[in-house]
Write a protein that binds this ligand. Structure first.
Ligand code: MRU
Length: 352
């Protein structure tokens, strides 16, 4: 059984409908859905990782714009315009690294600007159409990434992945995990090694759950075991997702990805990054410019309700790191595979 519902969806009409999420902080112990009826609840859901994963954050934010504008559906167009501006700025402050958030908000904003003659009620309808298009396109991009990435994993007996990049992280089947799902369908004995993904355990709580829901052989390892798993010859590829990819191919993803890219290089194992075009940020030249989210120290010292460090212990908790393009064997996008990873090849693929 897979998720009964997509991780993000819209229930109802534009005027009174709402964003419905699977609360990912409760998995795998509890499956509970969350109705987001105000933009504050949407902001909190993104910030607290109830909805997480770059593409899912983008879709949630697009629906968040609709929810946030409902209060002004009967006011003047000028009032709705300024409400929209406020909502977009507010949601943009929830998390800094995944560019899909800003990409989706920008798309919603541009949609509103492109139809100045619509009434407020009509604009709200139009915004919902756009948010639904973002969700649908994301689902389609997942399918296309799986198709393009499949040949890269077709000769693997084992593959390693990090964080969660599946149905929970997107509107469809996922990015890197969708490629793994496709490879497992073709080769049922494929062994999938999932890093637990410290400190919030997206790999253990979410990826292992998704793989097991689909009956795919999943082996959970601690992050620090990845090098040894490679040394033992258990995996022939590493595949991860991304939160933001710079023009030169440097790719930000969940903390630990940088180390994995070095380990893969040291063991001569291909390192793949799967991401839709909404995750590329061609306005920045390299990973140096990617803002890295720093999260609360309690995620390290008190995660999941138990104190695991002395009182007052200093911490450093960057949520993401950047794998340099030189460590990435190929980028898998919905438009095709970019290999070798160069600025020119990225530009050519995304413009195609
Ligand atoms: O902090 P998170 O859980 O939102 O981080 C998610 C990741 O790093 C994913 O690997 C990335 O968003 C790709 S998801 C398809």
């Amino acid at each position: 059984m897979t998720n009964p519902r997509p991780s993000v969806s819209w229930i109802g009409d534009a005027r009174s409908g709402h964003l419905q999420l699977i609360d990912q902080t409760l998995l795998p112990v509890e499956y509970r859905e969350l109705a987001c009826t105000t933009v504050e609840v949407v902001w909190d859901a993104i910030k607290m990782l109830r909805v997480r994963g770059a593409p899912a954050i983008g879709v949630a934010a697009a629906y968040g714009v609709v929810v946030g504008c409902q209060t002004d559906a009967t006011s003047t167009r000028d009032q709705l315009n300024s409400r929209l501006q406020h909502v977009v700025t507010y949601l943009a402050g929830s998390r800094p690294t995944a560019v899909n958030l800003f990409w989706a908000l920008d798309r919603m904003h541009r949609t509103a600007n492109s139809v100045p003659n619509l009434t407020s009620a009509e604009l709200l309808e139009r915004l919902l159409v756009e948010a639904k298009a973002i969700e649908r396109e994301d689902r389609e991009m997942c399918l296309a990434m799986a198709r393009h990435g499949l040949p890269l994993l077709s000769r693997c007996q084992g593959v390693l992945t990090h964080c969660n990049t599946g149905g929970l992280a997107t509107a469809g089947d996922g990015t890197a995990l969708a490629v793994i799902f496709a490879a497992a369908a073709q080769n049922p004995s494929l062994q999938v090694y999932a890093d637990e993904t410290r400190p919030l355990l997206q790999g253990a709580r979410l990826t292992a759950w998704e793989l097991m829901q689909r009956g795919i052989p999943a082996t959970l390892i601690c992050d620090s075991m990845a090098g040894w798993v490679m040394k033992e010859g258990r995996v022939q590829a590493v595949i991860v997702g991304a939160d933001r990819i710079a023009a030169n191919g440097d790719s930000a993803n969940k903390i630990g990805t940088y180390s994995l890219s070095i380990l893969a290089k040291a063991h001569n194992i291909p390192f793949y990054v799967a991401a839709p075009s909404s995750t590329f940020d061609l306005t920045i030249q390299s990973g140096e410019e990617i803002p890295i989210e720093e999260r609360a120290s309690t995620e390290i010292t008190n995660a999941f309700g138990r104190q695991t460090a002395p009182d007052g212990c200093r911490t450093y908790n960057p949520a993401f790191d950047v794998a340099p393009a030189t460590h990435i064997t190929a980028l898998i996008t919905e438009k095709g595979v970019i290999q070798p990873v160069t600025k020119e090849n990225i530009h050519a693929m995304l413009k195609s």
